[in-house]
Design a protein around this ligand. Structure first.
Ligand SMILES: [Zn+2]
Ligand SMILES: [Zn+2]
Ligand SMILES: [Zn+2]
Length: 745
């Protein structure tokens, strides 16, 4: 007879770990106890040595499906004798926590939801230890019902029995509930009996109504995706002219009617995380043409909350499911706020009374070459920690201005926040500050270092300034942070040639960077190449008007727009000319994203944008119609830092524009950007003897570019690294900022 104490850390709370341990101990005739402490599960077992061994083997090899074990620590101890095995009260402790992300309904619960003989038949909030909400309902840790938003629902006798029954799937399932004791769903303005609720929701959708539907991590705005007038009305109400809407579809059969789905995509669509997957469109069929104008991909997800399935029982068409927010603000999570802010956008509200404590958007991913790339890492993934190869001091990294996420880190772990939004207004800033406080509290990390973007005017910089007297505050340049993110994401210790291509970021020389190449590693990165600066007249306004970027470029290089390709008035031309001549309100930029914008405008693909990246996205779509392998001329001027000059290409594009189909030009432009990267990498390899190439920044969300570029780099024997665990866009930057808190630097 031996006693053994075991401590397991990792994602072991909220995933059915204690019930699993209980059942395992019972089956092996072991006695003792199990409890949750902060960030770990502690176990004491007593029994024969062989059974203790079997117990530990089973723990490490066959743990509950949603758990993730980081460490198992075991030691033989002297203990008084226990006669039974029990789950005992949680204990608060030092060390940090892991919180499970929210998980889509499992097959067992789905079966019960459909079973007329089950007591949870048709219950919209059915869940168990293997599925359901987690992060979104947690108020504090250790993870117990009274520290979740479920605490207001007192379990009925039947639920209580399951909760305490070790052989039940709901043994210690904190969000456990049923229609007698748990949360409810209703349509706000209508008095519909529960038995008719989903029929009514289906009817409203068929009638073309726009509904705000409270979800797991926040509100969705929903309508019939085949009803053109409903979708148009939604666009008008939301003042969102053309940015694609995501869709929810009933099942894979429905998705396959509209989109191509390969095996990897199918696996991800059905996975417990249930992200939105960007799929190549096969046929629009009956879908409203306004879903994703000018785009060849559709963002599609499968149902993930039980009531999503119930909605599709009475509605047999794809549903628009876009985030319930105003423009780039954070997703709305509370009933009162939704009714206030969305009242002019939707016709009706489908509400429920399970409070969302922590908001989180749907994740967005795509698959290229069988690899998953994040566009947005949120529900289903966040707040799972990212393990990194370096040790960091307790740190808070404030992230970028657009697509903000922040991160907190300590030791080898980084917790990245879900998508917050664009940190341009005070409303978003409030949520930003609130979520930071929550993260610090939940994960028990007290930052000693604060990292922020170099841009002097960002709200995050202003925020950081306030802490200067209490802690170490460190700025970091945006494009460096992209490369640092990639190094941490892919665990790259060796030096690399890192391409940091995106739209915009404040440079170390005061110019607007965006086409930068760095050489080095996590400790030292130096800028080794960049696109030649060109003037941009009028800052943010010109970013919304790619035609103005193009005209600034042409005028400053003394090229005439002979064919009058740019829809730009003589007055506008004069304004730009005078700005450039007088060097007033001029920014110099090396941005690769702006080069995409410029070419998009010259080709007449998109001269004014209404969402970020639109001109480049539509240029990519335009190029997909051609398969030319031709390349435009460009120059790389050598010096201490290489300078990439695209003037020869732009001149040739203007010439071609007169007699060549613009798809061919657009494709040739993509080829040229790929060859620019290849040539730059080859020159730098020769100079620095580095063979690893890394790609980070929003430009590398361009799937066509990746498809052209990867084989070129591989053919030239480069090892190529792209992002895997976080997005290549600015949503991934906070991870890289963490590197500034590396120990021993
Ligand atoms: Zn379940
Ligand atoms: Zn109940
Ligand atoms: Zn960026």
């Amino acid at each position: 007879m031996k006693s053994c104490k075991i401590k397991i850390s990792g994602r072991v709370q909220g995933v059915g770990f204690r019930p699993f341990v209980y059942r395992l101990a019972k089956s092996l005739d072991l006695t003792g106890w199990v409890l949750n402490s902060t960030g770990s599960v502690e176990i004491l077992i007593q029994g024969s040595e062989a059974n203790i061994r079997n117990f530990i083997d089973a723990l490490s090899h066959d743990p509950p499906p949603l758990s993730h074990i980081e460490n198992i620590f075991e030691e033989i101890v002297e203990e008084s004798t226990y006669t039974d095995f029990s789950i005992i009260k949680s204990r608060e402790d030092k060390g940090f926590n892991f919180i499970s992300p929210d998980i889509a309904i499992c097959d067992d619960c789905l079966r019960e939801l459909r079973d007329p003989h089950d007591r949870r038949f048709g219950y919209p909030f059915i869940n168990c230890t293997n599925c359901g909400p987690r992060y979104t309902i947690i108020e504090d840790l250790p993870y117990d019902r009274e520290k979740t938003t479920m605490k207001v629902f007192k379990m009925c006798e039947a639920c209580n029995e399951e909760y305490h029954n070790p052989i039940s799937r709901r043994f210690h399932a904190q969000p456990d509930a049923c229609s007698v004791c748990g949360p409810h769903l209703w349509i706000d303005s209508l008095n519909i009996p529960e038995s008719n609720l989903f029929k009514e929701i289906g009817k409203l959708l068929y009638e073309g109504q726009i509904l705000a539907i409270k979800g797991i991590g926040g509100f969705h705005i929903a309508c019939d995706a085949t009803n053109e007038s409903a979708v148009e009305r939604l666009r008008n109400n939301k003042k969102r002219r053309s940015k694609p809407f995501a869709l929810m579809m009933k099942d894979l059969d429905m998705i396959r009617r509209y989109c191509y789905v390969n095996n990897t995509e199918e696996k991800i669509l059905r996975g417990k995380e249930r992200p939105i997957v960007l799929l190549r469109i096969k046929d629009y069929l009956d879908l409203s043409p306004s879903i994703a104008p000018g785009n060849l991909y559709l963002g599609v997800m499968l149902p993930y909350a039980p009531y999503h399935y119930l909605i599709f029982d009475d509605f047999d068409r794809p549903i628009v499911m876009t985030s319930g927010n105003l423009s780039e603000e954070p997703i709305i999570k509370d009933n009162v706020e939704a009714k206030d802010k969305l009242k002019n956008i939707v016709d009706n509200f489908v509400l429920h009374n399970r409070n969302i404590r922590n908001r989180i958007d749907d994740s967005v991913v795509f698959v290229e070459d069988n690899d998953l790339t994040f566009v947005r890492r949120a529900r289903g993934y966040a707040p799972d920690p990212l393990k990194v190869s370096i040790e960091v001091d307790p740190v808070l990294a404030l992230g970028p201005e657009l697509k903000n996420t922040f991160a907190i880190g300590s030791g080898n772990y980084v917790f990245m926040s879900p998508h917050i939004g664009d940190l341009k207004d005070l409303e978003t800033l409030d949520v930003f500050e609130e979520t930071i406080e929550d993260f610090i509290h939940l994960f028990r990390i007290n930052p000693e270092i604060l990292v922020h973007d170099l841009h002097p005017q960002y709200l995050s910089t202003e925020f950081a300034e306030k802490f200067k007297s209490f802690m170490k505050v460190v700025p970091v340049q945006h494009h460096r942070a992209h490369i640092l993110s990639l190094l941490l994401d892919r665990d790259i210790g060796d030096p690399i040639i890192g391409f940091s291509f995106d739209g915009t970021g404040f440079g170390e020389d005061g110019n607007i960077w965006g086409g930068e190449v760095f050489v080095g590693n996590l400790r030292e990165l130096h800028r080794a190449a960049h696109f030649k600066y060109f003037p941009m007249a009028g800052g943010d306004y010109s970013i919304e008007n790619p035609k103005r970027i193009a005209y600034s470029y042409l005028f400053s290089n003394e090229i005439e727009d002979n064919g009058n390709y740019l829809p730009i008035s003589p007055l506008e031309k004069d304004i730009i000319k005078s700005m450039i001549q007088n060097k007033k309100n001029i920014f110099y930029t090396s941005s690769c994203g702006r080069i995409f914008d410029m070419v998009s405008a010259i080709l007449g693909v998109r001269s004014v944008v209404d969402y970020e990246g639109q001109a480049a996205v539509e240029l990519e779509m335009c190029a997909m119609d051609s398969d030319t392998s031709a390349v435009y001329p460009f120059e790389i001027q050598k010096g201490s830092s290489l300078e990439i000059d695209i003037l020869p290409m732009i001149k040739k594009i203007l010439e071609d524009r007169q007699h060549i189909n613009r798809s061919i030009i657009a494709r040739q432009f993509h080829n040229t950007i790929a060859y620019i990267i290849l040539s730059t990498a080859e020159i730098l390899r020769e100079k620095y003897h580095i063979n690893k190439v890394g790609l980070s920044g929003g430009v590398f969300q361009n799937r066509l570019l990746l498809n052209i570029l990867s084989p070129l780099l591989k053919e030239s024997k480069f090892e190529v690294y792209t992002h895997r665990r976080i997005p290549p866009n600015d949503g991934g930057i906070s991870l890289g900022q963490i590197a500034l808190a590396m120990k021993g630097v």
